[in-house]
Design a protein around this ligand. Structure first.
Ligand code: SAH
Length: 394
């Protein structure tokens, strides 16, 4: 490891770093001195060679370096990584985040650990590495996660397609202990099967915990439509909340089977499971003059980068327009975007446009977003990816 390598910024390109934004983009780099290897720690200096930060070097990524620490005296070693993991877990503990055992323990930059995400499901921790800097510290990551109170299994799910940008191969498997079967996420008195090995993300959408509770609270005696159901978690929540009928749409057969498993595991009936394309099925429901009291619209990420925002907003508009048409007067729409490239402001405008075209008036009765275990640092707004609105249709 070449600790002395230096990355010098172009004149005037130190502003975001001075505000503690943790990314150094390739266009800001004047020179790299000392031949650092991928994942090496470099000293970032301004144009006058004044040290500003220590960062991990990613020569193949447009995010050329990610800050480990603004204190340049800090040693970036296994102990540093372990301490950050312990601190992240401790912050969640102090916040008393979850009424259950499914918690995001580490959320990348928000916890000072760029490229690392770790989710806990009871005694199992599933982590994902997406950058070469933290990849080099994998053993320390595993040891630190394994040493947390009550953890018996640490599983790696580093199979996201974003790894290739950093020159990393996909890798998954048990890294500590053995994987219990099945793994459950307990939440708000419900439990959900977590497919640690093959499920989306680390196996479950922990980030919708607060919204599931809200949907449960508003489901009593209501006809509920859950679009993009996946694990059926919103449907199960609605059933527990006393919904009079539930319809779940997903284009994936296996997802609907998972929804069924989760309904059984919670001893509830989640009604109709419809395997269909959501856009087509919503149109068909509209043509059949179907209507609902509560609709949940939680599509997959529709924009992976800024270039896809236009196309994504058209899709969001289409979905929200159709959903608003299916809502009974006084009905509630819980609508989301998990595309980081679509700001909450833009999302709200898109939904407002959909309401105009649907000829419906609606009120925002609550703004929705990431729960407290997916925090957004003030100096790193990019951490925000999930935005949503709870709307009351008039
Ligand atoms: N609300 C879910 C998470 C949604 S993930 C939960 O609480 O777990 C997105 C889901 O949308 C996936 O299950 C995927 O199979 C489904 N999907 C993707 N494109 C779709 C489409 N065009 N029509 C219907 N479902 C779709």
């Amino acid at each position: 490891m070449n600790e002395r390598a230096t990355l010098r910024l172009k004149a005037g390109r130190d502003r975001s770093l001075r505000r503690h934004h943790p990314w150094i983009m390739s266009g800001s780099v004047d020179r790299v001195l000392g031949d650092p290897q991928p994942g090496d720690t470099v000293v970032v200096v301004d144009e006058a060679s004044r040290p500003m930060a220590l960062a991990s070097y990613s020569p193949h990524s447009s995010i050329r370096a990610r800050v480990w620490a603004f204190d340049v005296q800090q040693s970036i070693d296994d102990g540093f990584v372990a301490a950050r993991i312990t601190a992240a877990a401790e912050r969640r503990r102090r916040l008393g985040i979850a009424d259950g055992d499914a918690v995001r323990l580490v959320f990348g930059e928000a916890d000072g650990l760029p490229g690392l995400v770790a989710d806990r499901y009871g005694s199992v921790v599933v982590f994902q590495i997406t950058t070469v800097g933290i990849d080099r510290r994998r053993d320390a990551v595993v040891a630190a996660l394994a040493s947390l109170d009550g953890v018996q299994c640490v599983f790696e799910r580093s199979d996201g397609d974003n790894r290739s940008r950093e020159g990393l191969e996909p890798t998954t498997g048990v890294r500590h202990g053995s994987l219990p079967e099945p793994v459950w996420a307990h939440e708000n008195g419900l439990r959900f099967h977590v497919d640690v090995e093959h499920g989306h993300k680390t196996g479950f959408y922990i980030d919708q915990r607060d919204s599931r509770r809200l949907v449960a609270e508003h489901s009593r005696d209501r006809a509920v439509l859950n679009v993009f159901g996946y694990t059926g978690s919103f449907s199960v929540a609605a059933a527990r909340g006393g919904a009079s009928s539930i319809t779940t749409i997903d284009s994936s057969g296996p997802a609907l089977l998972l929804a069924e498993t989760n309904a059984r595991a919670n001893d509830v009936n989640i009604g109709d499971l419809v395997e269909a394309d959501a856009f087509t099925e919503l149109r068909s429901l509209r043509d059949r003059r179907a209507s609902f009291d509560v609709i949940v619209l939680d599509p997959p990420k529709l924009a992976n980068n800024p270039n896809q925002v236009d196309r994504a907003t058209r899709a969001y508009k289409d979905l929200n327009l159709l959903a608003l048409k299916l809502l009974r007067p006084g009905g509630l729409l819980f609508t989301y975007s998990c595309s980081g490239a679509v700001s909450s402001d833009l999302f709200q405008k898109v939904v407002a446009g959909a309401a105009v075209d649907a000829n419906r008036e609606a009120h925002i009765v609550r703004r929705l977003g990431q729960p407290a275990d997916h925090p957004i640092p003030l100096h790193f707004p990019e951490a925000e990816y999930l935005t949503g609105l709870m709307l009351l249709a008039l």
